[in-house]
Design a protein around this ligand. Sequence first.
Ligand code: MOS
Length: 711
Amino acid sequence: MDGITLPGRAIGTPLDRSDGPAKVTGTARYAYEHPVDRPVYLHPVQATVAVGRIVGVHTEAALADPGVLTVLTHENARRLASLDDPEVAILQTPEVPYRGRIVGGVVAESSEVARRAAGLVRFDYRAEPHDVLLRADHPDRYVPEVMNGGFATDSIHGDAEAALAGAAVRHDATYTTPWQQHAQIEPHATIAIWVDDRLVLHVASQGVHRLRESLAALFGLEPERIRISSPFVGGAFGGKLHTHPDVVLAVLAAFAVPGRPVKLALTRQQMFAEVGYRTPTIQRVRLGAGPDGRLVAVGHETVQQTARIKEFAEQSVTPTRVMYAAPHRSTTHRMVPLDVPVPTIMRAPGKTPGMYALESAMDEMAIACGQDPVEFRIANEPPVDPELGRPFSSRNLVACLRDGARRFGWAGRDPAPGVRRAAGGWLVGTGVAASMYPVYRMPGSTATIRLEPDGRYTVSIGAADLGTGTWTTLAQIAADALAAPVGRIDLRIGDTELPPAIAAGGSSGMTSWGSAVVEAARRLRARAAAEHVGAVPPQGIEASAEMPDNPEMERLSMYAFGAQFAEVRVHEATGEVRVPRLVGVFAAGRIINPKTGRSQLLGGMSMGISMALHERCVLDPRFGHVVNHDLAGYHIATNADVGCVEVHTLHEEDPHVNPMGSKGIGELGIVGTAAAIANAVHHATGVRVRDLPITPDRFFGTVAGVRTLAR
Ligand code: MOS
């Protein structure tokens, strides 16, 4: 960047969502709702063993139903052109790698017939032993080459072991997070149609161009023969970024019944096996400090699972490389391959589980050092990025902690745990934790802007709106870059017919797409000034630009930070935890739209409550599947679980990140929330829960040495 930030006329104003009226009146079409002629319906058939081989296929009963057009299995499905991605190479072999794997699909005239007939398809299996339980000492544990996002597996600075051994104050504890599911409101849905020898897909997707590339390779098609449309997405959280087996099954079916549009919407239960999830983690955190409470050593090691058929290695200890100053630091990831579905990115991958463990440990260490948890963090604030030695482009964690403490009313907090009570048997506590999320910037986005003869601007880019606000915020960026009112911008996103764009992931969308839009606008204004005198020609004036490089990213470390404060109540008789109040203060550069921005951070914090108190996939190791595979058994925080959530953003000038001066906020809000709640729970009760979620049973355990709530 040249260090020049766009003037904010539209940027920074709390505009209503431009797609709001369409959404509340039901005219915004989600993937499955696209009207098509004479659709057929596809229902997957899932494996009923965790590991094994199909040795017999019985489709007669299903095919006997006159409403059934075809039953796809590995015996008759189209061969894929590439088997490089074993997660999506379905119906290609008789092997079963995990329970629930898609091994067939029924295509029928109605969804009801398809579903019923899917139940009539029978496979004979030769089952083999399976292993689905993650253990830290698992014999198959291995060292992955590189973590998701390209992060180093291990990072060693100094001699953490020796420094820990010699530290005046030491903390050593293990924290666990469970298998978690994205649980978007909109299920994964696809309509696949052949139109004039082109495959047209309506899909709920975080990135249409990315999906097209992957399907083109899988099916051996020229990318231009595939069109993907995804203007509206009903929640994604990482689960709709990578290609999963559902859309592959839909395309296999479209090849099988070429004259008919194929519709597939996964059921809620199918989503628990087919479209990714967050790995459970077992994290050991060791901290050593001097008598003054300054950290001398940090150790953070995690053991996580991946699928035996494909590695996905979540980068969970990476935040510990950036958060606090310490001369000696060791951070490592280990993986265990299991006979389970493939994990994927979810709600701030790595940062969310890692910061739960680190920020819980920081609270324990502050107490061990006899320091206030806010002051303890501030005392260990690094002057530069501890991992890379680079300056931060901006780092306002301290300001977030101070501002949050003031707003929350932290001053004068009695640190003694388990001593405050409210009427009705409630124990009351407060806790704090930090948030962080990197500023990512993904190459590969192009924007095209056309000045129309009527003076309006058409801004085209294959970007995505997952419910996050892109339809509104990208128009605000374009408006300021063109020095035009927002009302004169016609934004087009969510379609492969538009210029290519990166997927919405890593909270990088606005940085990546916005930078391309700003550059295209700069070129258009230059061209318009040079070429036209008087009226705009009938064909308009057009300019395109790719997202420019930002050389500052090599010189500076770029992160958004935040501080989360939680007040909790824990019932002394039942162990029920309530969160009446959360205060989040974030420093994330310029906020493009304070209304949609608040909504993103509020959503993230609500997901943090959900993670802290509710979300856990429960596995049946005998069969290898998630048993609570619906929204009754897998509880997501609802309005009744979310109390008062305050979101504040600090004014932060960062001319280095991008021309908007903005940092991604899609994921920042969830990071740290669960630790703030867990820390508050300890303050309320004196019981340190180190295993999420904090369900009532955690307080009445019988583990020796763990203080339980008195009964
Ligand atoms: Mo987000 S989990 O990087 O799509």
